[in-house]
Design a binder for this molecule. Sequence first.
Ligand SMILES: [Zn+2]
Length: 112
Amino acid sequence: MAFVWFPMETEHCNPSKDKFMIPGNLKSYVCIHVFEGTRPVLLISRQGGSWSFVCGAEHEDNASNYRVVGIGHVLEDDPSLRSQLDLQPDWDAERKDLESPWIRTRSDAMDA
Ligand SMILES: [Zn+2]
């Protein structure tokens, strides 16, 4: 699947250290569908250590398909996502639909 990954802009933030105590203003990436509320979050990705919440559909590799939002907004819109806040960097959590359980997989390493 085609994905665009943004360069890490957060220099001093290490969310994995705090697990469930993630500040609500922590930057996360959402696809335009999640941003506009037209599709639920079905894929959480922590590639590169950042948080991405996307609908799981294909997106063009184009920054206009993504938005940066505070993670608190994402969790407010879908509190079920809170169960995945212990997701470690470079892991993905995916579900088929809102009723399905989350399935975690280690994501392929980015080219170092
Ligand atoms: Zn989407």
